[in-house]
Design a protein. Sequence first.
Length: 499
Amino acid sequence: MKSSISITSILAIAAFVAGTPVDHGSLAKRAAAPPFNTALTNWVNSETTYAKNGVLANISPSGASAGSVQAAPSTSNPDYRYHWVRDAGITLHEVSGWLNATSDSSAAAVYNKKLADYATFSRTIQTVSSPSGLGTAKFYMDGTAYTGPWCNPQRDGAAMRAVSLISYARYLKSQGKDVTQYYDGKSPTSSVIKADLEYVANNWNADSQGCDIWEEVRGNHFYTRMIQRRAMIEGAQFANQMGDPGAAAWYNTQATAITNGMDAFWSGSIILPTINYNGGVSKPSNIDAQVFLAVLHASLEDGFYTVDSDRVLATIVQHIAKFNSMYAINTATTTTIASTSVPVGPALGRYPEDTYNGYESGQQGNPWTLITSGMAECHYRLISTWSKNGKIVVTQAVANFLNQLTSLYGITFSNSYSVGSTYGSGSATFNEILANTMLGGDRYMARVARHTDANGKMWEEWNLSTGFGQGAPDLTWSYGAHVSAATSRAAASKIVYGA
């Protein structure tokens, strides 16, 4: 038999030997962008500018302490003008990404100031009297703790804050700055990162009383454990960098224990949002957006519950299938952007049993902006992950995901794929899978565009029947989720279309 090897393989081997990462996207034949791509891309870029400004406006707003982050400016119906530890951590982690990526010195100065103030404010609220210490969920904008009835503790908050500030501290170190004010390596500590890491290390498995990200269920939660795992892994790395090897070893031990226990969240068919249920909203469907949000916020691209894993894909497919038929607005299959018809996917909600409508409980829940943006980002990240891996192994979970692109959206494949087969970078099937996954992600991005106000304003939710914004306007998390999805879209677009 004649031996043969492709140019793709030769380049890949050469790069491997040289120690150079392979840009598999550059080796693949580019797909032709669909006719609506320009209109959608222009909207995404314009909205990203608006959304970034929306995020920055909600950090250190007028009348609040520097470094505080309001969930939204709304003070009634609903009252969201509070600093939620988790939400703020997600937001400032996003801003830290902007700081690392920008070459604009003026923008860098703005981002740096927001992050420095956030670090100071975070240390302040760590030390004030509060219902659950570092597990307290929310604070007033002046830094005093909210002491009314609330679902405390929420143990994801300290972990998310640690992740965001480790990212910032690493940036500062890269600029030659001293960061011992943020991590002092002492016990007891007077530094914000060390305090959060110690809290996570000593409390991640304390009990099943912790509340989930929706503040409605007590138990042990997938989202919380995933972000705690990330905090311990990155915390160990950072502790070593800061000359604190004893703490690094302790954090690594906790990370291993968390990792070893995560199989408990797998039901055999779906990732469970909560185990060891201990009260609150019942979710017999076991479908909850917190699962794929955990992947977006806490994945370390180490193969552990990453977006391309079978368990995550199986969970994503079920989430989409459930919500596709839940809301009246999902009967719309297109939207118009700049006089161009653009196909849309379904608007997605938190979980099917949701009874919060943005103003009160006891009603049918609505689709959420940040969740629909998050699903778009899952698709885009999947493209980047497959491209980085240089191959797609079609398991049953992958096939189910691809089949759904066809069954729900009519996205067709001219190249067949089969379970058990592997398609390498540059092959026609590999390229088509990436291109069609891009089309799937863009359907969610277009859905967000359909329900975003003409001036760019985003809402927490959309009315399930009319599609108009509902709940909190100018929700920080909605804006941040859009920017995150847009960033991932740009990377995926470069792989698929070359630009």
